[in-house]
Write a protein that binds this ligand. Structure first.
Ligand SMILES: C[S@@+](CC[C@H](N)C(=O)[O-])C[C@H]1O[C@@H](n2cnc3c(N)ncnc32)[C@H](O)[C@@H]1O
Length: 272
């Protein structure tokens, strides 16, 4: 990723951080019990570190977070963003960063982990990459808390007949093949649950939808603009309808008349 792209991507992650935090199924965190010693948490695809900022203050006891990402600029932001973050009981939280491709991680790389987390990651993987990641998590022998993975559902209020067409095109775009890699997109949550099941690990699944309304209009505008553009890239024949559709929807967002519920799921694997 170029420096400019990385900055734009970081801005997108900043915009979505509050909606992700509000969406996550916090009750799953209560099921993650502490073991002896400081808790070692690996965050896969950490981006700017929003999962650490959300989760570390919800977990008691000293923690060492290990942030994984292939983008070193994002990793630096993630580490800086943990300054001053403490555990639920005020215990210290330390951070290390590991640049690199998370799809190459093995159980040995995750040895000693108490918890593996990710947020908004799974749809970006292929089936083979996801299977490898799950095998590494299973081999590490600790719970995995994988949150805010898109499921492909979108519900607008008010409804328009074109919504379903754009949604189908967007979901196909998420499943596209890029450089020989066919992405899982909205199929990732089912694939991930099935992969943990093949390793004999229990999986809990909870909905974690974004609920976007007038208070999230900046995020709604950014998401909607990207959503329509991706749909048109996938199905160029939608371009004729797209301009007026987007104008109507952005007008509704600007005047507080648009609500969107966007499906995500959270998975907790490896906890009986
Ligand atoms: C959508 S972002 C989510 C970031 C963060 N977890 C959050 O919720 O804000 C996905 C992140 O995963 C990283 N990522 C995706 N595939 C990766 C790979 N194969 N190896 C390392 N990092 C990867 C991207 O660089 C990006 O920072």
């Amino acid at each position: 990723m170029s420096v400019d792209d990385s900055i734009l991507f970081a801005e997108w992650l900043r915009l979505r951080e509050a909606a992700d935090a509000a969406a996550r199924a916090a009750e799953l965190v209560d099921l993650v019990r502490a073991g002896p010693g400081p808790r070692v948490v690996h965050d896969l695809g950490c981006g700017t570190g929003s999962m650490g900022r959300w989760l570390a203050p919800r977990l008691p006891g000293a923690q060492e977070w290990i942030f994984h990402d292939r983008d070193e600029a994002l990793l630096a932001r993630a580490a800086a963003g943990m300054a001053g973050v403490r555990a639920a009981d005020g215990a210290p939280v330390t951070v290390r960063t590991r640049p690199g491709d998370l799809t190459a991680l093995t159980a040995a790389d995750l040895a000693g982990a108490s918890l593996i987390t990710a947020s908004a990651l799974l749809d970006m993987l292929t089936a083979a990459e996801l299977d490898r990641m799950v095998a590494a998590c299973a081999g590490a022998g600790c719970p995995a808390l994988l949150m805010v993975s898109v499921t492909g559902t979108v519900a607008f209020t008010p409804v328009e007949p074109l919504d379903a067409e754009f949604a189908a095109a967007f979901n196909d775009h998420q499943r596209r093949t890029v450089d020989g890699r066919t992405l899982l997109g909205p199929d990732a949550v089912d694939a991930c649950a099935a992969a943990f099941d093949r390793h004999g690990l229990p999986v809990r699944r909870r909905p974690s939808p974004w609920r976007l309304g007038p208070e999230q209009s900046d995020l709604t505008v950014a998401w909607l603009t990207g959503w329509v553009a991706a749909a048109c890239e996938q199905r160029p024949e939608l371009a004729g309808e797209a301009e007026a559709y987007l104008r109507r929807r952005l007008g509704q967002a600007a005047t507080g008349r648009l609500r969107v519920e966007l499906g995500h799921d959270d998975l907790l694997a490896g906890v009986d």
